[in-house]
Design a protein around this ligand. Structure first.
Ligand code: KG4
Ligand code: ZN
Length: 335
């Protein structure tokens, strides 16, 4: 057995992933099998189809993760798996598979909160990062500012009152007839557009750390409808650039504010939207100006992957936070 070696499994949405990570920091393998091509024709993830495809591929993905890491199941100290939040059937595939492995081998077993996994991706990308720090969480299902107090304790300072920012990216992309997943397509098109349409920056001047994205989404839809009624065509790139700026500027402002108010000059970012190039650029500029150290996960660790689940699982393992095989999925798990 290799001490500190964790096998991670992730299947909460449309990525089937397995990874082997040493001491929560060093990735020995991180296999990600995406179902994007399967769900593209439906314009979004179809839960039942996602579960079925996880079932088909999970065994091979786990085998490949062990092979690439050049270890066997016997070598791992623990098995970590996402048990929420996510799609119920999709989560069940990974959780049940991991439970079976742990039951058969007697290995330590840790259920991981998907969002805590996203945050732990930063420990892989930045070997020197230690709590306390502030983390901006921006994914398809979550938008929050979290104070990471220690490896095992945190406080949510604020979160979205309605839609998540990634959800807003995906919905706006759909209205623009861009393929799924919308976020990366908006990112790409915005690079050639002008920020020349005024969309609301919801709660930007509000003193707290909460967010709201449903108003921004509606504003973009209304803008497109108005043009359609006048028989005019939108400049897609400009809509993308203007929406992106409205969505991102609020995130950056509040994340920096949290660092200043809490007197913690360390900011990390987590979740799929942290791959957004405009967000990364704005965070870099603002953190430089405010003398805040910025920690961005490398691109492959921004979106769903099992290495981040193994990293968080390691923290739980060394702190004795083990689970039993009675653990069930929690589709609406919060942080
Ligand atoms: O963290 P993630 O992979 O899954 C969840 O846990 O939700 O996040 C997926 C979200 C999607 O909404 C996707 O459109 C968005 O992250 N996303 C992006 C970019 N890459 C992924 N949004 C904006 N710009 C990107 N480059
Ligand atoms: Zn995710």
């Amino acid at each position: 057995m290799i001490k500190g070696c964790v096998l991670g499994i992730e299947s909460s949405c449309d990525e089937t992933s397995a990874a082997v990570v040493l001491n929560g920091r060093t990735v020995l393998s991180n296999i990600i099998s995406s179902q994007i091509e399967i769900h593209k024709r439906f314009g979004g993830v179809v839960p039942e189809i996602a579960s079925r495809n996880h079932t088909l591929i999970i065994e091979n993905v786990v085998k490949e993760a062990l092979d690439v890491a050049k270890i066997t199941l016997e070598d791992v100290e623990g098995i970590a798996v996402t048990y929420g939040a996510g799609l119920q059937g999709a989560l069940l595939v990974g959780l049940t598979f991991a439970k079976g492995l742990s039951f058969a081998t007697g290995k330590k077993f840790m259920g991981v909160n998907h969002i805590m996994g996203h945050i732990a991706a930063n420990y892989i990308s930045h070997k020197d990062l230690k709590p306390p720090f502030i983390c901006l969480v921006v994914s398809g299902g979550h938008t929050a500012i979290v104070h990471i107090k220690s490896y095992t304790s945190h406080e949510v300072l604020g979160s979205t009152l309605d839609d998540a920012v990634g959800e807003a990216f995906d919905k706006v992309a759909r209205c623009l007839n861009l393929p799924y997943p919308g976020g990366p397509n908006i990112d790409r098109l915005a690079a050639d557009g002008k920020n020349n349409i005024i969309f609301p920056k919801m709660l930007k001047n509000d003193k707290g750390y909460n967010f709201s994205y449903s108003g921004l989404k509606t504003a973009v839809i209304n803008y497109l409808h108005n043009l359609e009624q006048k028989d005019e065509k939108p400049v897609i790139q400009d809509v993308c650039a203007s929406f992106q700026s409205a969505a991102v500027d609020v995130l950056v402002k509040k994340a920096i504010l949290a660092c200043k108010e809490k007197n913690i000059p360390k900011l990390a970012c987590a979740g799929g939207v942290s791959a957004n190039s405009y967000l990364r650029k704005k965070l870099r500029e603002n953190c430089l100006e405010e003398e805040i150290s910025l920690y961005l996960p490398e691109m492959v660790l921004c979106t769903d992957n099992a290495a981040m689940i193994a990293a968080e699982g390691y923290i739980k393992m060394i702190n004795g936070q083990l689970d039993g095989t009675d653990l069930n999925v929690e589709p609406s798990l919060r942080i």
